[in-house]
Design a protein around this ligand. Structure first.
Ligand code: FMN
Length: 386
């Protein structure tokens, strides 16, 4: 019925170590929770007695026509929520007429996904210490036909997720008594993973020091050794010079950074706090959105993620200045609940909720949704814009 139902199903199907990795926020998880709470606090304006028989959810994002203002955000380890998860989620996205972003930290490789789907997809890039390797990844994405590169800029270091540290999260899972017990209780998950070919970080494993399986380190230890606190706007300029297609900066929360982004030749930004997994204490993205959208001033595309759980949330994001919304966990819940069909269901639910919200607010075209659809300013009272 709703994304929450898919979440409950995923919790039953997926071993705890991976379900908890998906759910977690960094440190106190205050920003993760604020993403959802602040979204819900925004009240919409009900309008009545408007003929709504003709409606359009279609829009254009980064030059691509989408059936709705929606895309799947990059999430590492999707292939551990369900075997071949990245391929299945990408197929579901394309079948629904929207886009899919493949993470650098995926289980299925760029080449694997390219071979398994019919249309170009988007690729997300992390800048790691070894810039030669980063250049290689960019080349691989270009050869695979990826139509946009999402450069994630909010992870020069890993925001600690306590639960992953406690679980000793590693890929493939470390065989502790708890993991074995956990996996044995999910035979369908285990059967599919064991019968599948893909069980490691296929884009990076074997390409970087540490050897296969990163020499037995945990994900947190490995990330700490590879990610780079020196990353700066100079790297954005470098990446812009070697990547020929659309470039988007993912993880912009502050209007100053948005103004800096305008100078880079990037085609868009994603207002994101990484689903509350990085700077704990950062504002919710729906709170940050209006000011960032103001700073961008229509010169580049503005996407948003973090906390989108309903079609009403997509509507709120559009009303406060976004061109489209991206979903992380909402898609992963679908994946854990039922593979490709589960992701398809998640997209269908969100689309249906967005459509109903349009009818009840009297707006027949997603491109017409703007600040006038907001009934009240959210707590903190920031100026809505469009
Ligand atoms: C399990 C998980 C893994 C993630 N992995 C990545 C990643 O590899 N690269 C990245 O740029 N963002 C990653 N993110 C952040 C998402 O792209 C997105 O910003 C976030 O999930 C949006 O919040 P939501 O989950 O509330 O929709 C991840 C998020 C989750 C939940």
């Amino acid at each position: 019925m709703c994304i929450e139902d898919l979440r409950r199903m995923a919790r039953r199907n997926v071993p705890g170590v991976f379900f908890e990795y998906m759910e977690a926020g960094s440190y106190s998880e205050a920003t993760r929770d604020a993403n959802v709470e602040d979204m819900r606090a925004i009240k919409l304006r009900q309008r009545v007695l408007v003929d709504m028989s003709h409606r359009s959810l279609k829009t254009t994002v980064l030059g691509e026509e989408l059936s709705a203002p929606l895309a799947i955000a990059p999430t590492g380890l999707s292939g551990m929520q369900h075997a071949d998860g990245e391929i299945l989620a990408c197929r579901a996205a394309h079948a629904a007429g929207i886009q899919y972003t493949l993470s650098t930290m995926s289980i299925c490789s760029i080449e694997d996904v390219a071979e398994a789907v019919q249309k170009p997809f988007w690729f997300q890039l992390y800048v790691m210490r070894d810039r030669g390797f980063v250049a290689d990844l960019i080349k691989r994405a270009e050869i695979a036909g990826c139509s946009a590169l999402f450069l994630t800029v909010d992870l020069p270091v890993n925001g600690q997720r306590h639960v992953d540290m406690r679980n000793g999260l590693s890929v493939p899972p470390r065989l502790t008594a708890r993991t074995v017990f956990d996996v044995l209780r999910r035979p369908a998950w285990a059967w599919r993973i064991l019968n599948g070919k893909r069980r490691t970080f296929a884009n990076v494993d074997g390409h970087l020091p540490g050897g296969p399986g990163f020499g037995g380190t945990t994900l947190a230890e490995w990330t700490h050794s590879q990610f780079d606190v020196t990353v700066s706007w100079k790297d954005v300029a470098w990446i812009r010079s070697i990547w020929p297609r659309k470039l988007v900066l993912k993880g912009i929360l502050d209007p100053e950074d948005a103004r800096e982004a305008l100078k880079t030749g990037a085609d868009g930004v994603v207002v994101s706090n990484h689903g509350g997994r990085q700077l704990d204490g950062a504002p919710s993205t729906i709170h940050a959105l209006p000011k960032v959208a103001d700073a961008i001033g229509g010169q580049k595309e503005v996407l948003i993620d973090s906390g989108i759980r309903t079609g009403q949330d997509i509507f709120r994001a559009l009303a406060l200045g976004a061109n489209a919304a991206m979903i992380g966990r909402a898609a992963l819940y679908g994946l854990g609940a039922g593979g490709q069909a589960g992701v398809a269901r998640a997209l269908d639910i969100l689309r249906g909720e967005l459509d109903t919200t349009m009818i009840l607010t009297g707006i027949d075209d997603v491109r017409k949704i703007d600040h006038r659809a907001i009934a009240s300013e959210p707590p903190g009272g920031y100026a809505a814009r469009n």
